[in-house]
Design a protein around this ligand. Sequence first.
Ligand code: BGC
Length: 745
Amino acid sequence: MAKAVKTYTVAIPSEAEVAARVEGLLGRLSLEEKIGQLTQIAGVPFFPGPEPAEIIRKGGAGSVLWLNDTQQFNALQKIAVEESPSKIPLLFALDVIHGYRTIFPVPLAMASSWDPSVAERAQTVAAKEARAAGLHWTFGPMLDIARDARWGRIVEGAGEDPCLGAAMAFAQVRGFQGPSVGTPDHVVACAKHFAGYGAADGGRDYDPVYLPETRLRNVYFPPFQAAVKAGVGTFMSAYMDLNDVPASGNRFLLHDVLRGEWGFQGFVVSDAMAVGNLVIEGFARDGRDAALRALRAGMNMDMASGTFSQHLAGLVEDGTLKLADIEAAVRPILAIKVRMGLFEHPYTDESKLGQVLAQPEHRQEARLAAQRSMVLLRNEGGLLPLAKSLKNVAVIGPLADSMEATEGSWMVFGHTPAAVTILAGLRARLPEAQVTFAPGPEIRREIVSFFDDMMPGANKKPVQTPEQAETAFQTAVTTARAADVIVMVLGENADMAGEAASRASLDLPGRQEELLKAVVALGKPVVLVLLNGRPLSISWAAENVPAILEAWEPGSEGGPAIADILFGDANPGGKLPVTFPRKGGHVPLYYARDSSHQPEDHPMYRSRYWDGPTTPLYPFGFGLSYTTFSITNLKVATSQVKLGGPVSVTAEVTNTGRLVGDEVVQLYIHQKAGSDSRPMRELKGFERLTLKPSETKTVRFLLGPAELGYWSTNAGKWVQEAEAFDVWVGADSTATLHAGFEVVS
Ligand code: BGC
């Protein structure tokens, strides 16, 4: 084990101390410098304009993003604290989404663990590495609920459910920040993108969102409120229009809800260029109007658009804004800098980074996180786990040896992928066997991302000709034919999910399904490992491939972790945090829907569409294990509970198989009548447990007003109602073990 790196200790100051220091600092700043604190600039100049160093020297920036270079951080910080007029240190910010150097499974995968401690530990490591590099602030976690798998950014969040999403939000904030902002070896977190971004029309990134207040409050807000409860230091406003008001100029979101109702004390940064974009969106008349409306809505910091720095001074000078408005926006930014100890320790020790990044326990954490995040979707005839005595295995598919696809979307700026691929992981696990490999035809986006345009060298490989693709196809089939067992690694490239990576179809891209069919037709045992950042419509595979493992984008240790699962050194226990539709045309598809007048158990029910069943291919919460479980003995402590009181629900879970394994016990409720219709099922509690063969554990859930209340359209407020409730406990959202209780006034 490597020795822990010694870091300085910081005494976290009290609220009163912070406030006093902030007032002292404010008193030293000119109007221009105050506006500088509200300005975040790009450390790598993407846009024409003065050099970052020049802006910083004049006190024109409070924060720098899109830079990942410890020496340059120190050089710019030196200019800020020694040469700028008021010597306020800079906050260095970057997107550290699922790891800095040690890459963890993508957030959607971590949510599949249904184990918030996985996410907390991952973000603790990410924070430690990022902080050692000189970063103070990450633009994460992303907390957008996503119910439409076409939307590429579904990969960055925790999926479709507010209860699971809130648990993951809390855990990630604690992982990044520690118990409070300023904890050594941690960074400030940023809850983004507030709010509703995941409900973009048609799943098209950045397109407008229409969400009624009931859905915002019951579904889209809970992860954000959980982040506030965890003490998150910053929020990021979303890009798109929410109900015709851009999120970055939306006072209802940034002021009324965030500060007014939830008591958020930190600061809000816009998404990149979003303040300036208020003009393009047809909301603000011009840059001046955009700056005014964003600030009035509750925006503190303008990310990279330069709109605040250009217009705020003029708005104060002509009396449209008061100096007090500017100072109110600056205060929480200075408070974070004080709490982070930047005035005492503005610089980063460049000699320590290598040592922190080399800590082997970081890779070990990444491997455990990947194991716990994988979801076993099918295992006919107990094909998995595979025998370690296998002699001849073919690994087939375009992603099997791709470091990019293994690490997944949203790499830290400037990061070079360094994952152990599945091919490498399997070869290391089977040193005596012949492990052959053929990638088959390449897969690629039909329309390249603007990110590729910005990154020299990215995605510039020549396109395979149809003849080359055909040769690759035939080679893959021939390679598979010569093996005893075939592991097919299919899915999506890393650039196929993420920002600006939405798609209209959810099919396996390219010729992958055709290749899968050709390989299955060989009649040999086939295991399908999926690497992807969104649910895919794999209806054919679900019926024809005996074993399917959803590995998502598993990170640096993806290869070893997949080998652990395939050969039974780890037993899969993850569960889907999103519904898998049968076809792309079925989205948005999610379990927590209101009942129609003709629900699925109605005698006249056929399917919602006439061209096939519309039930999920795999339901929310679903996942298999190499062992089996039974969940029994559901008990509700009382059949009647007083309004406001808690109900205790217990159930027993038994490992009925022969291996140690994990089950995620899930509790769903349904309010049977009320001011509004309520969803047929809503997750209100879950627990992941490890059980030995024959072991039984009792799981206890407590349902109180927070779980039983909701925001009502008819009442126009939060209500808890004296009504009857169903409760189910089971292993996924189709659980049948049922009980009921009544809330009485
Ligand atoms: C994304 C944000 C990200 C920001 C800074 C934007 O394009 O929407 O999620 O934090 O860029 O990199």
